[in-house]
Design a binder for this molecule. Sequence first.
Ligand SMILES: Cc1cc2nc3c(=O)[nH]c(=O)nc-3n(C[C@H](O)[C@H](O)[C@H](O)COP(=O)(O)OP(=O)(O)OC[C@H]3O[C@@H](n4cnc5c(N)ncnc54)[C@H](O)[C@@H]3O)c2cc1C
Length: 451
Amino acid sequence: MDPITDPGILDGYLTDASNLHGRASGLYRPRTPEEVAEVLAACQRTGTPVTVVARRTSTTGAPVPDGGVILSTEHLDRVHALDDVDAGVLLGEYQAGVERQGWMFTPDPTSRNECTVGGAIACNASGARTFKYGPTRPWVEAVQLVTPTGEIRWIDRTTPLPWPLPAWDEPKVKTAAGYYPATNLLDLIIGAEGTLGVVTRARLKLLPLPAAVLTVFTYFPDRASMLAFVVTARTMGPRCIEYFDRHSLDLIRGRVPAVPVADSAILLEIEHDGEPPLDAWFEALAAHGALLDDTIVADDDAGRAKLHAVRHALPATVNEIIARNGVQKVGTDFAVPAAALAEMMAAYDQPAQGSGAIATVCFGHIGDSHLHLNFLPNDAVELAEARRRYLALAQKAVALGGTVSAEHGIGRLKKAHLALMAPPAVIDGWRAYKRAADPNWILGRGVMFDR
Ligand SMILES: Cc1cc2nc3c(=O)[nH]c(=O)nc-3n(C[C@H](O)[C@H](O)[C@H](O)COP(=O)(O)OP(=O)(O)OC[C@H]3O[C@@H](n4cnc5c(N)ncnc54)[C@H](O)[C@@H]3O)c2cc1C
């Protein structure tokens, strides 16, 4: 295969949602696993770096090339069977297809309509429903992998690890940071951020679609009431519990009817088989001081889609603002143990001593004690200060037993934060594994950890 070298085309592949910009000398858009293998084998021979890109919704710079060539999965785009799909298929389109036939593929990153199945696998993506169903990993049965040396093979949980991984106690929270302490090759590839092979096709695990889903969007006058409600809600079996702080509410004002003056809002999704459990939920909401008159309830797909659109609008608006301000994204992706959530949120409130105020928006997966505090710096000075605060918050999350990335991964932008959490000996062990799998370190060079 010959690479595309037209700068006008290449330019469209040099950035991601973090707004980091890269460079590359060529672009491959293979249509088959054999073509992927041909590119990787040739690049391995010449030691040419290869960055796998899908839809570039990553927020960490992971698909942003730093020299070498780009390998796009966009033409690996066939759905072979209900549970058998090419990596470049859009996740949301795939999910809509299986849902029409009464099935559900549970991983639901907020970016589901923009990202690919392969990207979700490479990042072990999560989403709101992760609270009930976990991240992408358990929902993948097998993948077709092209190894960094150009070998094509199907792997599943019976495929042994070809080389040992270092022992590592991951934090006991939802996490997508570093190589997973896997005991088989499939579990390692899921979440390896495109550094250990190209996923070209996947066999996925589906669940029957629930009969109905009740969606509740409610407001709280203060944080203590909201947090007490979340503790109760976790025991009531919803599939998601999502949080919006008051700055988020300011951003979505106009998209939801009559947003009241409130400290925060919570979005819940509750699966049921026909009888929406409204009484139990309203009792719990009332007991914790929720603003009942302003609470919105939807028990159909259209109502749920509207509230989903509001949830999606938040990160999308944040990304638009940072792109408009010409700065890179500084947004936390930390999860902490449930018992440490209030302390972590208090740290999000406090500007570090001596620093000026920078606009922030905080929202996310509070069921998993996993919030995104997004800084909205106006210029380079505020960007530097936001990064300083971010680092202090990452140290705090780790000290509380949390992770520096619960779902977005490490990419190029969060390597220093991974090093706060994973001891040097563990990162050295990952380096040894990577060197064995990818002798010339061609795939995702500079992603997750350095050579
Ligand atoms: C508005 C918005 C909301 C988001 N919400 C969420 C969320 O709720 N949960 C969440 O987890 N993430 C979220 N993300 C992050 C992002 O969407 C996910 O990480 C997604 O999985 C990336 O998929 P992609 O197809 O865009 O991959 P890309 O961004 O193109 O690539 C991401 C990484 O995966 C690698 N990769 C991609 N495809 C393959 C493949 N086939 N084989 C090997 N490696 C591959 C790339 O090399 C890169 O390292 C959000 C992003 C945005 C912009």
